[in-house]
Design a binder for this molecule. Structure first.
Ligand SMILES: Nc1ncccc1[N+](=O)[O-]
Length: 239
């Protein structure tokens, strides 16, 4: 999998050399390339923004540098196998399902906007050429798309076959298919007693059926308490 990042702060992506992502890069599972959008400007100030047409506060990212960067990094021919991700608060929700879909593609280009955003024609042009995902991590506003691109990268790359040492650990996570969309149950390890707090006895019983039931019940309880939006009618009826 090749990952490209287009940003005026490419240094954000130095962190991708650390930990598991670093290992994935080393063993060839992912190839990471960060690009400075200003490399595709031609004026002395390396300008990437301008005032919004129609007025309004703030600045908008000019389309020209993006277009020239696309030409060089991706190419000038349409190719739906290239996935272009625009992290944006006005995007569609980024979910584990989207992460799964992206984990099997060969190439992802992250376009990290700053200021008030990117001239919309950049996104329209990208849609005419590649497969575009305008996605949001949540209902809050970051200063740019870089942190979101890092979060999306981590969610996607950890699902790439061969990335995680133990694929089974993926099966029991929150939001994975195996959990029926329920939140993960509470986890414990040794010592059994810690500062007057004990591991639930059932987990030390060795009785796999009872342990599985306890975990399921806890997942249901937590999901009902914290994420009623996830317990739609038939899911709750099933539990
Ligand atoms: N929330 C966001 N704010 C700015 C840029 C991107 C964002 N996002 O969620 O992808």
């Amino acid at each position: 999998m090749r990952l490209d990042y287009l940003s005026i702060f490419p240094g954000y992506f130095d962190v991708l050399g650390i930990s598991l992502l670093g290992k994935a890069a080393v063993n060839g599972l992912v190839d990471v390339y960060a690009h400075d959008l200003r490399d595709w400007t031609h004026d002395r100030h390396r300008t990437v923004d301008d005032t919004p047409c129609g007025g309004g506060a703030g600045m908008v990212m000019k389309p020209d540098p993006w277009g020239e960067a696309f030409d060089e990094i991706i190419g000038t021919e349409p190719d739906p196998s290239v996935h272009v991700v625009f992290p944006s608060p006005s995007g569609e929700p980024f979910t584990q399902s989207v992460a799964h879909d992206l984990s099997s593609v060969e190439r992802i280009v992250f376009c990290c906007g700053r200021y008030e955003g990117i001239d919309h024609r950049v996104i329209d042009y990208a849609r005419s050429m590649w497969t575009v995902h305008e996605v949001s991590l949540g209902d809050y506003v970051l200063n740019g798309g870089e942190v979101a691109a890092l979060a999306i990268t981590e969610a996607v790359v950890r699902l790439v076959p061969g990335f995680m040492g133990n694929p089974q650990s993926l099966a029991e996570e929150s939001f994975s298919a195996g959990q029926d969309g329920l939140l993960e149950y509470p986890l414990f390890t040794r010592p059994v007693s810690w500062r007057g707090l004990d591991v639930p006895e059932v987990l030390m019983s060795g009785h796999h059926g009872r342990i599985a039931k306890w975990r399921r019940d806890e997942s249901i309880r937590l999901t009902r308490e914290r994420r009623p939006d996830l317990t739609d009618s038939d899911v709750s009826a099933r539990h």
